[in-house]
Every structure is written in C-alpha cells, then in structure tokens.
Design a protein. Structure first.
Length: 439
C-alpha cells in the first residue's frame, strides 16, 4: 500500500471514529428511555390527569416562563410561532398545545421528558439549543410529567409549526450533533449536601426550570454558555440587552441585599433599598410580569437564599474610589439631562423615593457595557404592573427625538457625574445597541 493510501485510510478511520464519538455523545443515557418510549403510547384525545397534577404543572410552566417563548405576539397561548432571532438565523417556537397534527397530541410523557432532558423531539430529531435544554435537563421527571399533564389540558390550537430559517450549516442535524457533542451533556440536578433544603430548592429553580443563565451568561462564537452554573452576565445576542452578572455586586449581584429586598424585586418588579428604588425593566421586567410574580413565597425565598450566595466570597466592602479624573466639558450632555431627565431623576441624580430611581451611585449606570442605558433611553423604561406595585412610574422613550450623538452625550454626562468614574459612551455604541431584531 502506498504512503498516500495509508494516509487516506488513516484519515477515513479518524473521521469514522470522530463520527462514532459524536453519535455516542448524542445518544448517551437514552437506552432505558428508548425502551420506555417504545412501550408507552400517547394518551387518547381528551385525556386529563389528576387536577392537582395539572395545577402543579401550570405553576411550573409559569416558573419556567414557557408561555413567553411558545406564544406568538397576539397569538393563542402555547401555540408557538414566536420568532426568536439568533446570530445563526431565526428559530420559531413550537406548538405545545395538545393538537394532534401540530402540537403535543401524539406525544407521550416519556417523549416529552426526552425533549426536556435530552433535547430530542418525539421523532428523534435534535432540537436547536434556542430551546434551553442545557437547563431543562436538570428538571426532575416528576416535574416534567406535571408540565406534560398541564400542557395536555390547555385548548388545542391547529397552528402549523413554521420551519426555522437558519443559515447553512446551522440548519442541519449534523451541525447540531457536533454542537451537542461539544457543549451538551444530559444530567440531573444534584443537591449540595452542605447546603440547606431551601438553598437547594433555589438552586434547582435558578439553574434548571428558571433557566436564568440563558440570559445571564456570555456565549461563545457558537452560542454556547459554560453551563447552567454560569451567571456571570452577558449581552443577549441580537437583542442588544445586557443581562448583568448575578455574581458581581458591581452589576446585579445581591450578596449584600436583604432577602426581603430580593423577594420584592422578583415578586413586584421593584425594591426599595436604602440606596434608593431598584426596578426591573426590559427583558427582566417581562420575566417578573410573566413568571416570578406568580411564584409562591417559599420558592421566591429559596431563590433569594441561593442568589445571596453567588459571589458571596468576593469582597463586598465598598470599592476604593480613585481620585476624580478631569471630566471633559460636556455642555450638550448637561443640557440634555436638564431638559429631559432632571425633572424625575433630580438635578443631582438623586431620584424620588418610591417613584423614580436615583442615577447617582446606581450600578446600572456605571456598568462597563452601556447597552441597557441606550435601550432604556431609546425605548423608555417600564417596570411591570404587578399586584404588589400596580401602577409603576414609567420613563418615556426618546429614540425618536434624540440622535445617536445626543444619546451618547447624555449618557456620558450621567456616567461621569456625581462621582461616577465610568467610561464615555460613543455614538457608535449607541448605534450598535439601539437596534433590535425582536419581532
């Protein structure tokens, strides 16, 4: 055999070995599940589980904010069709109603469990990771069965599933298989025996069902996070909102918050802290509106206990304040602030207690990534209306009245005033962050 043929044979063997490895990594842990799926038929039309199980599933669906993605704007609940923009193209959410042709009507409970735990559809196809199965893999089988029972109880909607519009090769099963081999591993939530039952409940909700790191984590070039424990913050791809770090007190870490303050923010959308009003807006406002405000006090308390421990080992003493740098003259930014902001946020950024958050000393103002400031100025800032805070004050949008240069000057003024030492904002940054592909 010639040297060239030997090299070719070796290359083919290597490719075959890699392919076999990818296949094995995508099928691991499914042996017994395949047997259960083969032995379990989908329930007959009209089947309903025990009412208590359905109620439990409804609660879990809200905890996971399932309806937000699986309902098109203005469409029927859980009928799917919402466009989810990604750097690789558009994914359209699936129909979770019990419709036999387009939804879950022919799915069995084990097939639903496989989707959550293994990221695989009823027919065996690999699901795109826009569905956060890296998090839902941690959901318990009992909770999966309860979710399934609830979704089988909602009204069926005969709405066809729209095909994803992903670019090649990301629209292929082969590419998904390679991605999963690199970044996904089915696993179960393992309680930390050194922590309390309450802490473990909070960890289960944050890491798994709540899939918090689907937003609060950075992603690599292929859209993967470092796993459900990564809550270090990141820019939400395409949508240009920055989900701040939950482990860093300079961003959104709450290691130095009281438990009641964390619960209030998750339950009502606002928290009155000694430093001033804190409110949830943007994507987090939607999470509070559709999900966390509906959780019971025990689960909110458990999440608070867990979140308090993130970054708790870090130094939580006030950072040393550097000598104030010489601030470049910015009369345009000062005038814009006086004209548009001071009436609510105060001449010195002090805010109004219980109504408007202070800007002076506000960590949301001085984060390294100014994306959220740009989005709020452009689109306005609105906390969710909840029973605990039914009439939140809002901030009007200025995207139609202020140019990129105006917004850059305004935000630079805010980030460099009242003792702030944050970087200036450029018109180029404003142009980058103000756009969004949401639809």
């Amino acid at each position: 055999m010639s040297a060239r043929l030997k090299w070719l044979a070796a290359a083919l063997i290597g490719i075959a070995a890699l392919a076999a490895g990818v296949v094995w990594l995508n099928l691991r842990g499914e042996g017994t599940l395949d047997a259960e799926i083969a032995a379990t038929a989908a329930p007959a039309p009209g089947w309903r589980a025990d009412p208590e199980v359905i109620a439990r599933g409804a609660y879990l669906a809200r905890a996971g904010n399932c309806q937000a993605c699986h309902s098109a704007r203005g469409g029927e609940p859980y009928a799917g069709g919402r466009a989810i923009e990604t750097p690789f193209g558009t994914v359209f959410s699936s129909n979770l109603t019990p419709d036999a042709d387009h939804g879950l009507g022919r799915w069995s409970a084990p097939q639903f469990w496989r989707a959550l735990h293994h990221g695989r559809s009823a027919d065996g196809r690999l699901l795109t990771p826009a569905f956060p199965y890296d998090n839902t893999t941690l959901i318990s089988r009992a909770d999966s069965d309860a979710l399934y029972a609830y979704l089988r109880s909602v009204p069926p909607v005969a709405q066809a599933v729209r095909a994803h519009e992903l670019r090649f090769p990301f629209n292929t099963q082969a590419a998904l298989a390679v991605w999963r081999a690199l970044y996904f591993e089915p696993r179960e939530f393992q309680p930390d025996t050194t922590q309390s039952a309450e802490w473990n409940r909070g960890a289960y909700l944050v890491q798994g069902l709540g899939h918090c790191n689907a937003c609060h984590a950075s992603r690599n070039a292929l859209g993967a996070t470092r796993g459900p424990l990564d809550l270090g913050g990141g820019l939400i791809p395409v949508h240009n909102w920055y989900a701040p770090s939950l482990t860093d007190r300079r961003e959104a870490g709450v290691a130095d918050w009281d438990r009641a303050e964390i619960v209030a923010l998750l339950q009502t959308g606002v928290a009155n802290r000694p430093s001033g009003l804190v409110s949830a807006s943007g994507p987090m406002g939607e999470v509070v509106l559709r999900s966390t405000q509906h959780l019971n006090d025990a689960d909110l308390g458990a999440m608070a206990v867990y979140l308090q421990t993130l970054g708790a080992q870090a130094d939580v003493s006030p950072p040393a304040v550097a000598a104030p740098a010489l601030k470049a003259a910015n009369p345009h930014g000062e005038k814009l602030y006086a004209d548009h902001c001071a009436s609510c946020h105060g001449d010195n950024g002090e805010g109004v207690a219980g109504a408007y958050p202070p800007l002076a000393g506000n960590r949301a103002v001085t984060m390294d990534v100014p994306a959220n400031l740009v989005r709020i100025v452009v689109e306005g800032g609105f906390a969710p209306a909840t029973p605990g805070h039914p009439r939140p004050f809002g901030m009007p949008p200025f995207g139609q009245t202020l140019s990129n240069d105006d917004i850059a000057a305004l935000l630079t003024h805010v980030r460099m005033s009242w003792g702030h030492q944050a970087d200036a904002v450029s018109a180029l940054q404003v142009n980058r962050y103000r756009g969004s592909a949401e639809r």
